[in-house]
Design a protein around this ligand. Structure first.
Ligand code: FAD
Ligand code: SF4
Length: 512
């Protein structure tokens, strides 16, 4: 009987023991290949902590596979034979080991997958079963629809997973979505749990030293690294959230507070995206917490919706629409990203808080990303490619398949409204309502046109005025344009002038 030797490439975001391409490998005969490459670590200036996370988690995963009896070839970044890119490393190891078969689970990143598909090697591709919805299933669901709506996709995923459903298939609680209950600001006296800390073991220490030396020019602090790099630690973080975070997650999901970078959020996105946590287990645990009576339905449903709704939905859109999706720029924005996105040096307290914690922890929660840094980029007309690169670089959990649709589609509305029905634009009033940031700000949120008026206010109206031709016909924007039209001409002019002055300031390379 002919024996087949297989080589299975495992990428840095595929660190799951039940990865499709790892199944059926012969532990004695077959080989797992893992490579740390410069191209993936530096095609955008990734936050140093993110590079630490991926390399350290890869090294721990390789060790765990070896302990389970797998043959692993592991190429470190500083290996003198390392060619620096995934396809060339695969070609090198293919020539060295001469396997009969090459196995690979589909990539998260379109760019990488296509460079591997084009590298001239006969790869057996496996569907990524860590997601609930396959690429093909999403394409079937989206077929014939001009615009997609996450809410309808989410209902399909609820039915498919049977999460929070009654026996007759109706949603528990009588509604699919309890988002309206999840918009409270943080009241005085409510204290979020302390973040769970992780100390760096010798493997992580070694990677920290490597990253300090090789990626010193990347923005972001490396010394505050505090993330799980093994499956066991990721489970500990998850259990901590179930015990102390989930109950407050629903009510305060959209809240923001000074010097509280994490609030009631789980901090699990990075671990989940690289394979240290399992989506189905997370959802089942949350559902169990609801049935056990330890969390309310708005918390459980809200959390499950993020995972099987938004997360799966953005992935579906990405694989359906790439590569053209990345070129979307429906407002024709050309403004470069202001330098303060990389330094946090701005007088706008909300921006300083959100950017500052992103540089320190490689983390900001959803509303900070959407309604502070994202909202500002939308209102200021930043070029989508520049703001997308920033999000991809700065966040611990950022991988192209999830970052790009969230930024280009949800935040910048640059896909012309394919992913979301309206832009999430807001004035400073929204930030005031959902946070305490305005209290300590150099600008006045109650003012719009004076010298120290909140920049978000005039930029908001400036945005509506300059894009009226595209947005007036959008039914969901009708009320905003009615408000604009009711405004006295002089007020409109003053808002336009103040907004224009702020944009000119940015164009002169100055901060706000
Ligand atoms: P929690 O608030 O506790 O939420 C639980 C989980 O739900 C998250 O861990 C995440 O896996 C999932 N989730 C929630 N919202 C989304 C969403 N919109 N898309 C996908 N998953 C979601 N998330 C990433 O994982 N990677 C990214 O690169 C990324 N880029 C983003 C860029 C922008 C502009 C915006 C607005 C959002 C982005 N998100 C991204 C989604 C979301 O902000 C993060 O998943 C979340 O902040 C991670 O923190 P957490 O684990 O504490 O999440
Ligand atoms: Fe942000 Fe404006 Fe509030 Fe300052 S006043 S924190 S710029 S919303």
């Amino acid at each position: 009987m002919k024996t087949v030797n297989r080589l299975c490439l495992v990428l840095g975001d595929q660190l799951s023991f039940d990865l499709a391409s790892l199944q059926g490998l012969d532990r004695e005969r077959d080989t797992v290949l893992m490579v740390e490459v410069m191209e993936e670590a530096s095609h955008v200036p990734h936050h140093p902590q993110k590079i630490v996370l991926v390399f350290s988690a890869m090294r721990h995963f390789a060790q765990a596979l070896q302990e389970q009896g797998f043959q692993v070839q592991y190429v470190r970044l500083d290996d003198p034979h390392n060619t620096g890119a995934v396809p060339s490393e695969l070609q090198r190891w293919h020539a060295l080991l001469k396997p009969d078969e090459l196995h690979l689970t589909e990539c998260g990143d379109w760019r990488l997958e296509h460079s591997l598909r084009d590298c001239g090697l006969p790869i057996h591709w496996h569907s990524d079963s860590r997601f609930l919805c396959t690429r093909a299933e999403f394409a079937d669901w989206a077929a014939g629809k001009k615009q997609l709506r996450m809410e309808y996709f989410y209902r399909e995923m609820r039915r498919k997973s049977r999460l929070l459903l009654n026996g007759d298939g109706t949603p528990v609680g009588g509604a699919w979505n309890f988002d309206a209950d999840n918009r409270k600001s943080l009241p005085k006296g409510v204290k979020p749990p302390y973040p769970l800390n992780f100390s760096a073991d010798p493997v992580t220490q070694q990677v920290l030293a490597l990253v300090r030396e090789r990626f010193a020019s990347h923005y972001g602090a490396v010394d505050d690294f505090n993330y799980p790099v093994t499956h066991a630690d990721a489970q500990a973080l998850w259990q901590y959230f179930l015990d102390f975070g989930l109950a407050g997650f629903g009510d305060y999901q959209d809240a923001m507070a000074s010097d509280e970078p994490f609030l009631f959020h789980a901090r699990i996105s990075a671990a989940l995206n690289i394979g240290l946590l399992d989506l189905r287990q997370l959802c089942n645990d949350v559902e169990s917490a609801y049935w056990a009576g330890s969390v309310a339905l708005n918390a459980a449903e809200g959390f499950i919706r993020q995972l099987i709704g938004w997360r799966e939905y953005v992935r579906g859109v990405y694989w359906l629409k790439m590569p053209d999706y990345a070129e979307g720029n429906s407002f024709g924005n050309t403004r470069p990203l202001p330098e303060f996105y990389w330094t946090g040096e701005t007088q706008m307290n909300c921006m300083r808080q959100a950017i500052g914690q992103s540089l320190k922890h490689a983390y900001a929660h959803h509303i900070q990303r959407l309604m502070v840094t994202g909202n500002f980029a939308l209102l200021a007309g930043i070029a989508p490619s520049e703001i997308c690169e920033w999000y991809l670089a700065i966040y611990m959990d950022a991988f192209d398949w999830v970052e790009l649709p969230n930024t280009l589609g949800m935040v910048m509305h640059a896909d012309g409204g394919y992913l979301g029905s309206k832009p999430y634009c807001a004035s400073g009033q929204y930030i005031k309502r959902m946070s305490d940031y305005c209290r300590d700000c150099a600008y006045k949120v109650s003012e719009s046109t004076t010298d120290n008026a909140c920049p978000f206010n005039s930029l908001y109206w400036h945005f509506l005025m300059r894009h009226g031709n595209l947005l007036r016909s959008n039914q969901r924007m009708g009320m905003l344009y009615k408000n604009l039209d009711r405004m006295p001409e002089a007020k409109q002019q003053a808002l336009w002038q103040r907004g224009q002055m702020l944009l000119d300031t940015l164009d002169n390379g100055q901060s706000l």
